[in-house]
Design a protein. Structure first.
Length: 70
């Protein structure tokens, strides 16, 4: 996938699911949570790679515009 928006959405959704499983009153096994956390860390690395490889760079330098939000 070459879209940073897809990578950000998937990893964020996975994080929200992980936080829900950790804070809910469900009896989720610890080994499942640890495995899910390792999967999230791998997803985070994939997200960073996708953003750096396929993201559009800013038209401004840091000195011109410190915070470049659209």
């Amino acid at each position: 996938m070459k879209s940073p928006k897809v990578a950000i959405s998937l990893v964020t959704a996975g994080l929200v699911i992980f936080l829900y499983l950790c804070n809910s009153h469900l009896n989720v096994p610890t080994f499942f949570l640890v495995g899910f956390l390792i999967l999230l860390q791998t997803g985070f690395l994939w997200m960073v790679y996708t953003i750096l490889k396929f993201g559009k760079p800013s038209n401004h330098t840091f000195d011109e515009k410190m915070y470049d939000d659209k």
